[in-house]
Design a protein around this ligand. Structure first.
Ligand code: PGA
Length: 249
């Protein structure tokens, strides 16, 4: 009943012309996919990616947004600006934003708020670092990140929220969570949302897995009942690999 969402996260890769070329390569490959397809591009690549994706089933997203609508925030981009140029999705709370650029649960909450206020669909990323998994506190970490980020989000707004469970130790490392680990954590996220919004809302929520998902392991991960798609970094830069993941969904 949930439509899976396969989202690429290009991170800080590709020049605008390369972004357009990759979208053009993906269009025929993803045209028949039984899932929603989203590509999250660097800000500067958004216009080229959107122009290339026009008329196809590929949607374009940004990788972050500021929490304010405008103001003295040098170097930042607001969700309103993204919306104005036609962007439909935005990532918030990606682990690279948290670990490298100082995002906290509270700033992730505020960015999520801004994205929703601007009318975007937010892909909220949560996930534990290796030490937290080894300490056995993944459950607590994922719940805390989910609960704080959703503070103030209404049940209606939740329909524009996707949550991506991404164990930080699996991102860009080639280490993938087992399908069982992914499903378990995704279920924790869903249970947490059920506590906040009720079971029906939780059952409707798309919960993705992310972390070294690739053409070879996607089918096994996506076969799990609580894994409703993927957030894909490295493999999203190769058209054949990304299309294979979308095909597996
Ligand atoms: P990866 O990245 O697929 O390269 O591990 C996932 C992500 O950062 O969203």
């Amino acid at each position: 009943m949930r439509t899976p969402v396969i989202a690429g996260n290009w991170k800080m890769n590709l020049l605008p012309a390369q972004a357009a070329a990759l979208v053009n390569e993906l269009k025929p490959l993803c045209a028949g996919a039984n899932c929603d397809v989203v590509l999250c591009a660097p800000y500067i690549n958004l216009p080229a990616a959107m122009a290339a994706a026009a008329g196809s089933n590929i949607k374009i997203g940004a990788q972050n947004c500021h929490w304010a609508t405008e103001g003295a925030f040098t170097g930042e981009v607001s969700a309103n600006m993204l919306r104005d140029i036609g962007v439909e999705y935005v990532l918030t709370g990606h682990s690279e934003r948290r670990t490298l650029f100082g995002d906290t649960n509270e700033t992730v909450r505020d960015r999520t708020r801004a994205g929703l206020d601007a009318g975007l669909t937010v892909i909220l990323c949560v996930g534990e670092v290796l030490q937290e998994r080894q300490q056995g506190i993944t459950y607590e970490v994922v719940r805390l990140q989910t609960k704080v980020a959703l503070e103030g989000v209404s049940a209606e707004e939740l329909q524009r929220v996707i949550i991506a469970y991404e164990p930080v130790w699996a991102i860009g490392t080639g280490l993938t969570a087992t399908a069982e680990q992914a499903n378990e954590a995704n279920k924790w996220v869903r249970d947490c949302v059920a506590e906040l919004y009720g079971q029906a809302a939780a059952d409707a929520l798309v919960v993705q897995y992310g972390g070294s998902m690739n053409a070879a392991n996607a089918a096994e991960l996506l076969a799990k009942p609580d894994v409703d798609g993927g957030l894909i970094g490295g493999a999203s830069l190769k058209a054949a690999d990304f299309a294979a993941i979308a095909g597996a969904a």
